[in-house]
Design a protein around this ligand. Sequence first.
Ligand code: CP
Length: 314
Amino acid sequence: MEHFIKFESKALGQELLDLAAAYKANPSLHAEKGKGKRVGCIFLNPSLRTRVSTQIAAQQLGMEAIVLNMDKEGWALEMQEGAIMNKGTVEHIKDAAGVLGSYFDILALRAFPSLTQKEEDVADFVLHQFIKNCKIPVVSLESAIRHPLQSLADQLTIQESAKGKKNPKVVLTWAPHIKAIPHAVANSFAEWSLGMGHDLTICHPAGYELDSEFTKGSTITNDQSEALQDADFVYVKNWSAFNEYGKILCTDERWMLTEAHLKNAPEAKVMHCLPVRRNVELSDEILDGPRSLVQQQALNRIYAAQAVLSKLLK
Ligand code: CP
């Protein structure tokens, strides 16, 4: 594994899941492995879980984590090749990423999409500019199109909660939101669930089709009640339209998941990556009730990050 930016194979996915489970059982299993090494955690956007869990993961490997909130504390970056920098940008990505690559052993980056420049977002332009110029292993802390650390933690949560059930029914259901939200969590959840061999159903209102690169092999429907029937895991997430890029096409609150939606799914456990808009995406009764796995998912972010950093440390 050169970088950790997407799902690569079922074998690697399972290896990372096994390592994450081992770290959950014994967080100090490899407490010296990262001694003398540094990971730079560069945030171009806000974060709670990703920032703190990655720092804890590094600490548990004996590694130092240095966080830079580049959006607030760094220079404004120029990303375009050959730019004449006589406007607002102060430092070119070539210079900044080159410097960061010389300071750290691993670079971890959060870079959300614009949701206006579709071609650049789909190409994960900012992430790849960092990879090209820093020349060290890169971990995605959520890019324009994927959130693989979240997905690894989600797969660990499903593995822990499936109680040996061979082929659990996993459902990804769209939920309303007041803002235009990226596709990264939904894309990655689909990519990892299908890659790990789960039976995945995706339901959303018409117009909210995700990029088919991530959903090939899933069952896709606009009928939420049919999708939720006999579900074992229900992943709730908003995303903006992909075809009508970045638009909000539906605010129908009947898509918010409540206990009533799960009357035909008595065993269903409910997942969300957080942060969640309570009583917009998901009801309090579910989030605070026995079906909710959201705290377990958030805890598992530590062990997912620990497994990934450990694997990249070689
Ligand atoms: N789920 C997740 O990535 O949370 P943060 O945005 O708070 O890091």
